[in-house]
Design a binder for this molecule. Structure first.
Ligand code: F6R
Ligand code: MG
Ligand code: MG
Length: 367
């Protein structure tokens, strides 16, 4: 078996209408660029993913992670799509391209990416999750359940090849540090951190026996890069499945509960993360609620992507959707109050500094 790199690189380069969906002309432009890259031999294979106003380039290649050629290709593709977005008057055209020109790799430039290099197994089932109107920490809850919770993943209990558990790499997005936890031994330590998903995010999962990654998430936080509030990051996550890893059904199972995430309207509200089929990937009500699609692929041993299958299209997720809609009603009735609106700390990136400044002289010392 040979090594392959799977790169998922995403950006919002213009919405149709507002921040709800992508115009077909952008999809066409994206497909043309990807087909050319395959023809040129830069990539082995590709697929296009989409959720809400975000497009993902899903690519297999032999160049490794954070490769300049691959990242530059993605940048150029998003730039070309931005031109199309401008032509069609799309909303927020080029919004995630934060710098004027590409240099080196995409870190700090706006687009999000999740990449991993691994030895392909004879049959390699992979699920790629794409979310809109939320932040990278939204993956903490489901990925924890997939790889650490025996009530979700029975394989941790009864499959001898999973029984030792997994290693979790966690990034501190504000402190710019990272740490590895061994599960299940350090479960309680891990939970102290990842229970705060706005700051601590699970970046990689590794097998205990090797350094080979089995899952990866995108972890950029746009507002930290831009130095001002410009929305949530609409993250992606790639998970390898089966044969000593969580089964596809164990990987999908956490989404049967639409847990509350930060994002939604103006990136400033908590709401349920609703699993949806491809047909329903267009956040509309109050610009949401936040949603996630799941693209299933089989990777052949030559690195070709067979898929995608619409994994949340199945009716077994209907109850989760209904619960998400009911939770959306519940949260919305709080209007501008917490815990629907995000807590003060997160509001620092919106109007709070200006309003506080304006009212400063009117605040008197309280007895
Ligand atoms: C959330 C999001 C939208 C916008 C909202 C206001 O991530 O993208 O909810 O924040 O539609 O957008 P602007 O400020 O562009 O009018
Ligand atoms: Mg947008
Ligand atoms: Mg988006």
């Amino acid at each position: 078996m040979s090594e392959i790199t799977l790169s998922v690189i995403k950006a919002d380069v213009g919405g149709f209408v507002g921040h709800t969906d992508v115009h077909p002309a952008l999809r066409d432009c994206c497909d043309e660029q990807l087909a050319q890259a395959k023809k040129d031999g830069l990539i082995v294979d590709y697929a296009r993913g989409e959720v809400g106003d975000d497009i993902s380039l899903i690519m297999t290649h032999h160049k490794g992670v954070e490769n300049e050629d691959i990242h530059k290709f993605a940048w150029n593709t998003f730039t070309a799509m931005t031109e199309v977005a401008k032509k069609y008057g799309q909303y927020g055209a080029g919004q995630d391209l934060l710098v004027d020109a590409f240099s080196g790799n995409l870190k700090g430039m706006g687009p999000g990416f999740a990449e991993m290099t691994f030895e392909q197994r004879v049959s390699e089932p992979i699920v790629i999750f794409l979310a809109d109107k939320t932040e990278p920490g939204a993956w903490n809850f489901p990925i924890y359940k997939m790889f650490a919770d025996p009530f979700n993943t029975i394989g941790l209990v009864i499959d001898p090849s999973m029984h030792d558990g997994f290693r979790f790499e966690v990034q501190d997005l504000i402190g710019e540090r990272e740490i590895i936890f061994n599960l299940p031994e350090e479960m309680y330590d891990l939970l102290v951190f990842i229970g705060s998903p706005s700051r601590y995010v699970i970046k990689h999962i590794y097998r205990k026996s090797s350094d080979e990654p089995v899952a990866v998430t995108s972890t950029q936080r746009l507002f930290l890069m831009a130095g001002r509030y410009i929305g949530k990051d609409d993250p992606v996550m790639v998970v390898r499945c089966q044969s000593g890893l969580p089964a596809v059904g164990e990987v999908l199972e956490p989404f049967s509960f639409p847990h509350a995430v930060a994002g939604w309207m103006r990136g400033s509200h908590h709401g349920p993360l609703m699993p949806v089929g491809f047909e329903d990937d267009t956040p509309s009500r109050f610009d949401g609620p936040p949603r996630v699609v799941a693209l299933g692929f089989q990777l052949t041993d030559e690195g070709h992507l067979v898929g995608p299958r619409d994994m949340f299209g199945d009716k077994s997720f209907d109850n989760a959707r209904q619960l998400a809609l009911d939770a959306a009603d519940y949260f919305r009735r709080h209007g501008p109050f917490e815990p629907h609106r995000l807590p003060l700390g997160e509001m620092e990136y919106t109007t709070m500094p200006q309003v506080s400044k304006k009212l400063k002289s009117r605040f008197k010392k309280a007895d």
